[in-house]
Design a protein. Structure first.
Ligand SMILES: *Cc1c(COP(=O)(O)O)cnc(C)c1O
Length: 404
């Protein structure tokens, strides 16, 4: 069963915060909803007004205004304030995609000659950025197996600046013990960055454990409707100020309309994630009991290697379930083709249930052997549970498991 929220008070508050946190009412013209300030730049009354702004400007958006769209937008800013509060951070910076948040953050933290440690079961493009792009600029990466904190600590060098990990990871939903991670990082004076996309602030708040930076692909649960691309990084005022100033240069800003859609999605985040937590757990239990399924990866199951850590540090186990079918690549494809309700698509976290065979989606260009090297089996299926009826989803999976 899902464990009870550690503090009911906090859980109730987050349901309120998703709807109201950071609001500065009344909005112009007493609009109920956050206005979309669809503007590329901002005007000044006269030169004195301009001079006053320039003299006072520190972080782009001063007293509700910026000089130019890349330096700030009131709609974007309002959403950043809300996400920061939800994640228990001092500030947040919205970006044009989750990858923009990852890359802009790492580019802000690292200099030539630095080193970083990354866990292996993490988003493929994040790994690619560290292992190929950062390497070109003289930044070395050591990859360690997710879940092995001893290897992780042993990988830390005198020039290590940051430990990068996801929790839960993709696609095996490995959960990192954040208390231990932070203890190790503090001892070595290394910063920590957690990609918390799979959990959202509803299920875990890494900053409360002392993690320095949290990245979230807002494309997934925060937006929640499979209709936008965005990312966000949350942390201390000083780190966010640095990342924001670099965003002015790197340019991966979030546009105001997308920001509005994120804010609209956030209002139902607590409801959606709670439903997805419950539904995913039931489906994971169903799959684990089924003859044609050889293995289920879901942290809410006792059989998952990180069940205990997850139960301690998460308020729900999330909406993604990965499982291995009893069969080869083609048999697995036949199962996927027999499923009617879940749509075949990459991505996760939206209201629609999505299904994919990672071997043929994110890892298509690799051979079976190369895929095995990175831990992706041909018979692996990743299910991102949406908000449809659990019974309908279960019935559909049951009929599809009879095929092939
Ligand atoms: C999707 C995803 C990303 C990348 O986000 P985009 O918005 O697609 O750029 C990063 N990390 C995780 C865990 C993801 O699921």
């Amino acid at each position: 069963m899902l464990k009870q929220p550690a503090e009911l008070g906090r859980a109730t508050r987050i349901s309120t915060d998703v709807v109201h946190a950071g609001e500065k009412r009344p909005f112009p013209h007493h609009a109920l909803t956050l206005p979309i300030f669809q503007t590329a730049t901002y005007t000044f009354e006269n030169t004195a007004d301009l001079r006053e702004f320039m003299e006072g400007r520190m972080w782009g958006l001063v007293e509700g205004r910026a000089e130019y769209g890349r330096y700030g937008n009131p709609t974007v800013f309002a959403v950043e304030v809300r996400i920061a509060e939800l994640a228990a951070g001092q500030a947040a910076v919205l970006m044009s995609s989750g990858m923009a948040a990852v890359t802009s953050t790492l580019l802000s933290l690292l200099y030539a000659g630095d080193h970083l440690v990354i866990t292996d079961d993490s988003y493929r493009r994040t790994r690619q950025f560290c292992l190929t792009f950062l390497k070109r600029w003289g930044i070395e990466t050591t990859m360690v197996p997710a879940g092995d904190l001893e290897r992780l600590e042993a990988a830390i060098q005198p020039n290590t600046k940051v430990i990068v990990s996801e929790s839960p990871t993709n696609p095996y939903l490995r959960v990192l013990d954040m208390e231990q991670l932070v203890e190790i990082a503090k001892r070595h004076k290394v910063k920590t960055l957690i990609d918390s996309t799979f959990a959202t602030p509803i299920n875990q708040r890494p900053l409360e454990y002392g993690v320095d930076l949290v990245v979230d692909s807002a494309t997934k649960y925060l937006g929640g409707h499979n209709d936008l691309l965005a990312g966000v990084v949350v942390g201390s005022e000083s780190l966010m100020a640095m990342i924001r100033q670099n965003q002015w240069v790197l340019g991966a800003v979030c546009d105001p309309h997308t920001a509005y859609l994120i804010q609209r999605g956030l209002k139902t985040l607590a409801l959606r994630v709670r439903q997805q937590n419950q539904s995913a757990l039931k489906l994971a239990e169903f799959l684990e009991d089924h003859d044609r399924v050889s293995r289920v990866w879901y942290p809410g199951l006792r059989s998952h290697p990180d069940h205990d850590v997850a139960s301690r540090q998460m308020r729900g186990y999330g909406g993604v379930v990965s499982f291995e079918l009893d069969g080869d690549l083609d048999a697995t494809s036949r199962f996927i083709d027999a499923v009617r309700l879940p749509l075949i698509a990459s991505s996760l976290g939206g209201v629609e249930t999505l299904i994919e065979q990672p071997a043929l989606m994110s890892y298509f260009e690799l051979s079976t052997e190369e895929r095995l090297e990175v831990g992706i089996k041909d018979n692996l299926v990743r299910l991102s549970v949406g908000i449809e009826s659990t019974e309908d989803l279960m019935a559909d999976l049951r009929q599809a498991l009879q095929v092939g």
